[in-house]
Design a protein around this ligand. Sequence first.
Ligand code: PLP
Length: 420
Amino acid sequence: MGFVIMRVHPEFASMGVSKTLEVNKDSFHTSTEKPMYRLGFGQSPFPVPEPMLEAYREAMTQTEYLPVQGYLPLREAIADHYSKRDGREVSADCVIVGPGSKELLFLLQFVAHETNVYQVGPAWVSYRAHGRLLGRPIETLATRYEDDWMLTDDTIAPLGEDPSESKVLIVNSPNNPTGKAYSGEWMEWLAGYLRNHQVTAVADEIYEHLQFRGEFHSLAKFYPEGTVISSGISKSCGAGGWRMGYMVFPPELRGVCQAMANVASETYSSAPSPVQHASVVLFRQPERFGNYWRRCRSVLRAMSEAVVKKLREKGVDCVMPDGSWYIMPRFESKRTELAKQGIHTSDDLAKYMREEWGIWTIAGTSFSSEELVVRVCLVDFDGKRAIENIPEEYNEAWFREYGGNLGRLLLGGTQVPLKM
Ligand code: PLP
């Protein structure tokens, strides 16, 4: 009998690796004479804060499986923290901890039944990929650059078209890829709309602590009965590789949490034990992290303001971000110039920037955007040195000394035609 090679579903064989992870891998395997600027992958440039490291060292010997829904003292700490933060009663039964929020976001779509999922575009790559994996494409409510990438009465309208439909809207603030964070007023407007149209919201708050002004507005405050919070330690504690994310549900949606735990019990069993033990400190003693977050925010704000200012000087549009390390420059004003060089789409543009200028970004198409935009991650510098050397005022000398590759790009000295 001949050897039969295992067949793979063509959809999964051909879909490729997530664009963000692929860019990261490729940027480290490409050798070139030219300088390289790794602005494609959204990994935190900052170190894990000391209280977290301390707690992790102590927890390293924790080897047992934990309850599928998460370590109870951690879930209680999360529940207490969010009860205080949002002024709504959260119970530990309504919290699930998983190996990264990406997995939980996938499980949420997985357990959804006869439900349409919507995202606000431009949107993080994986929401759409999850729908695709499940064979249930999600819908994008496309926002406009002119509206600061925020939903408006007309761009939100498709959500309200069919009142009989069960629907979920994923909203991410501060936003990957635009860096935009929504105001309290805007959240209130959105909450009113979602309540009127009976839409369940998933508020992806993974960049909460990186909002530059340190004032964060959660949709859960305005729409407590219908909002699921999704977050984790990957961005706020520079610990993407530790894999800890969580979701917080209102009592009305406890069944969704339970269904996700049922599936988790047959797939990953539990999130890693040491990181769950270590994370308790984050929710029990958040004041120990305040200084770290203030420093990270200060550096990210200085970086984004400097880069956006340069881009605007060069005639490239860019919304000023309010948080995170992302910006999304738009090259519509350069369309004619770029077309002469054969650049017509955001994929052409990202390829050109990579090949000609050594700048790694991700094309707008990966973020469900049709515009001539790319996502830029302002992370190519040594975050530890930067936060240990916060200046009174950011100036050229600081960018030269602590800005790493990003600082060099900012100060010029490359062959980039739109020299930043
Ligand atoms: N949500 C957004 C908007 C993200 O940018 C990311 C990671 O890049 C995640 C969720 C997932 O993070 P993790 O799975 O590390 O918790």
